[in-house]
Design a protein around this ligand. Structure first.
Ligand SMILES: Cc1cc2nc3c(=O)[nH]c(=O)nc-3n(C[C@H](O)[C@H](O)[C@H](O)COP(=O)(O)OP(=O)(O)OC[C@H]3O[C@@H](n4cnc5c(N)ncnc54)[C@H](O)[C@@H]3O)c2cc1C
Length: 403
């Protein structure tokens, strides 16, 4: 069985290795001069390569992920990498990193396997056309072509296009009639509409953020929040960004609510302003919130920072207290694919068999990784999907007989 894997990223690497181990005659095609370029950038260079607690419920289409995880579970993935020599360091919420703290370790052990197994890799080879007159014909940008009985399309999504995944894979799938769902960046920074952004740029807080749709809470995240000159960032925001962008793509209103003092009792806070009533409004907040946030908060509460607290009308003090628990910002957009970690949307999964990851439209064509309309939350879930789906696609691409 001759199988060509298009794309030497996370899912394509594990697919190629698995195919070879199962006895297929496999060739890997990668447009870059090296394999696994995006992996090097993951986890801030440490590569949060999987999540030991991952289940199908942390993904947008659990029913599609479930049969894949049943065949290649997070536990099995952990053993897979242990066998390759990667000892995992498990951090909070099940996030696994290589003990070496180097993303390059993950690439190195996979490339070692590719070389050890003698898998031919065609580098600097961008696939520009894929057809199936009889068997598959794979045409490269330089005009040459090769043939295969099976093809695994592992070309990734559109996130971080400079790594090689610029969405060309979607076009290849579309040429066979596959539909692509709406694509938008996920796990990215959000842009806000606020007059205060310049002032609060760089402020990092530990807080709670909520995503609101027309005032209804859709998602809550706790942890680091970073204000920037364009809006808001940090791990909490990356988690909210998928849903926020989904709302924006549907032209729905989306807001982020920042809770600055969640753990403080409201009555205690009211008492604070009584105790500090001889201070200016500005100084009444020093020691409670980051200094750069004080003037914006007072401005939104319509309080003159130089007024003594005792002279500020009660409704304005109440408004200030309210803002400390509920500071809202309108979300206007997000950073684009250049800055996003993941693509939301992709190949319509109804046209793909979730047991085998084979196309329902073209026999012998398989998909794995981010090219499919599957994305997970932040924390090792997207690479987990790449490994699990790459393994499963390969298992069936190797097994099935030529039609
Ligand atoms: C900055 C950043 C940090 C991230 N951190 C994490 C993390 O810590 N944990 C986590 O789980 N996920 C993380 N992710 C997400 C994760 O890296 C991806 O979901 C995963 O790499 C997707 O794997 P893939 O194999 O589907 O695609 P990719 O890894 O994108 O690989 C696709 C490959 O196909 C090649 N290719 C594309 N088109 C063609 C073509 N036409 N011809 C030939 N070759 C082609 C590309 O060059 C590329 O090498 C991060 C992403 C980014 C951008």
């Amino acid at each position: 069985m001759k199988v060509v894997v298009i794309g030497g990223g996370a899912s394509g690497l594990i697919a190629a290795i698995t195919l070879k181990e199962l006895g297929s005659d496999v060739t890997l095609i990668e447009r870059n001069p090296k394999l696994g370029r995006k992996i090097l950038a993951t986890g801030n260079g440490r590569c949060n390569f999987m999540n030991i607690d991952a289940t199908e419920y942390q993904y947008n289409h659990p029913y599609f992920v479930k049969p894949v995880f049943e065949q290649m579970s997070p536990e099995k993935t952990l053993h897979y990498f242990e066998n390759l020599g990667v000892t995992a360091r498990i951090e909070d919420l099940g996030k696994a990193y290589p003990f070496s703290e180097q993303a390059s370790s993950i690439v190195d052990v996979l490339v070692y396997e590719i070389e050890r197994l003698g898998i031919p890799v065609i580098f600097d080879a961008k696939v520009t056309q894929l057809t199936k007159p009889y068997d598959f014909e794979i045409t490269l940008e330089n005009g040459t072509s090769l043939h295969a009985d099976r093809v695994i399309l592992a070309t990734g999504g559109k996130a971080m296009p400079r790594s090689g995944s610029d969405g060309l894979g979607y076009t290849l799938a579309q040429s066979f009639g596959h539909k692509i769902t709406t694509l938008f960046p996920a796990l990215t920074k959000l842009e806000l509409d606020s007059p205060h952004l310049k002032q609060i740029d760089g402020v990092k807080i530990q807080g709670t953020v909520e995503l609101l749709q027309y005032g209804q809470v859709l998602q809550v995240e706790k942890g680091d929040v970073l204000f920037t000159k364009y809006g808001i960032s940090g791990p909490t925001i990356l988690q909210l960004s998928r849903k926020a962008n989904e709302l924006l793509s549907l032209e729905q209103e989306a807001e982020v609510k920042v809770i600055l003092v969640e753990h403080l009792d409201r009555r205690e806070l009211a008492k604070r302003f009584l105790t500090l009533e001889h201070k200016t409004a500005y100084f009444s907040l020093v020691g409670l919130v980051h200094k750069k946030l004080i003037l914006p908060l007072l401005s939104d509460a319509n309080i003159n920072p130089d007024s003594q607290v005792k002279d500020v009308p009660k409704p304005q003090i109440n408004r200030l207290i309210h803002l400390l628990y509920d500071w809202r910002f309108k979300i206007t957009g997000s950073k684009d694919f250049d800055d996003a970690q993941v693509t939301a949307g992709g190949i319509e999964i109804n046209d793909v068999n979730p047991q085998t990851l084979e196309s329902k439209l073209v026999s012998g064509l398989f998909f794995c990784g981010e090219i499919l309309d599957i994305d997970g939350i932040c924390g090792g879930y997207n690479l987990q999907w790449a490994w699990s789906s790459g393994y499963v696609a390969a298992k069936f691409a190797a097994r099935e007989k030529k039609n």
